[in-house]
Design a protein around this ligand. Structure first.
Ligand SMILES: NC(=O)c1ccc[n+]([C@@H]2O[C@H](COP(=O)([O-])OP(=O)(O)OC[C@H]3O[C@@H](n4cnc5c(N)ncnc54)[C@H](OP(=O)(O)O)[C@@H]3O)[C@@H](O)[C@H]2O)c1
Length: 299
């Protein structure tokens, strides 16, 4: 099969489409013909060697496709499924353990479904499992137009929170149209001067941004981070809880998010769709850090 194999770390030019052996599904796994895979920043972090991964490896984790062969009771050949492919998703075929996939509702395209796993579960787990977000509370989403952020804004609204998003000027109308109540352009305004007393701050940006968000949180509130170390000291000084979330697969949460998308309650923004041979261009876009929604590969 054709797959994007990472054999050495480096720039986008190290991404090569190669013929590799089709993976064999193990006990409790399904072999899936991949119709769409999505790109996450962790993929180019592996490519650059910023996060370690044993090489050679097929990159990618998020897939949607059709079961070709099943060794799992829960899935039958011919069924459309989506979820996590731990042995790589930028490929014509991928294998997934049954607990890491869910049935794709017919109302979702494979592109939409492939966009959900990492970004959707990260948003869900940050808001509800770590943030404990409740109806009527205020949620700040930093990076509200990104893959994770645009889903977090909508999941927060759906849960009955007041949502404030941050991003640059070009994303203002997009984020407000997702349902955000307020938008702060971080290039024009200091976010902590514009926003205060939030119950849950969700930082998808990381770096120097994280510490600047702590003052937006009320005493007793929480800041959840996913892209760097939690700001424990600054948070403790304000009586705020700081949490780092590392997303974990959940077929149940995947199914819930997909239902919301199929029902039109949550919309998945596709920033661009690329063939496997265009993977380098897609990585360049992701790495630039200004993607609106998700980038998709269609093997
Ligand atoms: N811990 C975990 O389990 C986990 C899971 C998923 C993702 N992550 C990490 O979380 C991060 C976000 O992932 P993602 O997929 O959402 O990335 P992404 O789609 O590449 O995010 C891009 C978005 O970030 C916005 N942005 C950039 N700088 C900003 C700033 N200073 N303030 C506000 N918004 C800013 C951009 O908006 P503008 O163009 O308007 O600037 C753009 O819309 C990545 O570092 C990823 O590796 C971690």
């Amino acid at each position: 099969m054709r797959a994007v194999l990472l054999s050495e770390t480096g720039g986008p030019e190290v991404l090569r489409v190669q013929d590799v052996a089709r993976p064999e599904p193990g006990d409790g796994e399904a072999l899936i013909r991949v119709r769409a895979a999505s790109i996450n920043p962790i993929d180019w972090k592996y490519r650059r060697g910023l996060s370690s991964k044993q090489l050679p490896a097929v990159l990618g984790n998020d897939i949607s496709g059709t079961v070709e062969q099943s060794q799992a009771d829960a899935f039958a050949e011919g069924e459309d499924v989506f979820g996590f492919a731990p042995r790589g998703g930028y490929a014509e075929f991928a294998t997934s353990p049954a607990p890491a996939i869910a049935c794709k509702p017919p109302g979702l395209t494979h592109e939409q479904a492939a966009a959900i796993p990492v970004a959707g579960l990260t948003a869900w787990q940050a808001l509800f499992d770590r943030g404990g977000l409740q109806r009527g509370q205020t949620l700040l989403v930093a990076g509200a137009a990104g893959g994770v952020g645009h889903l977090a804004v909508q999941l927060g609204k759906h849960a009955g929170a007041r949502v404030i998003g941050t991003g640059s000027a070009r994303n203002r109308e997009f984020v407000l149209a997702l349902g955000a109540d307020e938008y702060v352009d971080y290039t024009a305004q200091d976010v902590a001067e514009a926003v205060g007393d939030v119950d849950v701050a969700f930082d998808t940006v990381g770096g120097a941004t994280t510490a600047t968000l702590v003052p937006t949180v009320r005493e007793g509130g929480v800041i959840v981070v996913i892209a760097g170390a939690p700001p424990e000291e600054q948070a403790a000084e304000r009586g705020v809880r700081a949490e780092l979330l590392i997303m974990s697969p959940s077929a149940e949460q995947l199914a819930k998010i997909a239902e919301l998308v199929a029902a039109g309650e949550v919309r998945v923004e596709i920033a661009g769709t690329f063939s496997l041979s265009q993977v380098a261009a897609a990585h360049e876009l992701s790495e630039a850090g200004h993607t609106r929604g998700k980038l998709i590969l269609t093997p």
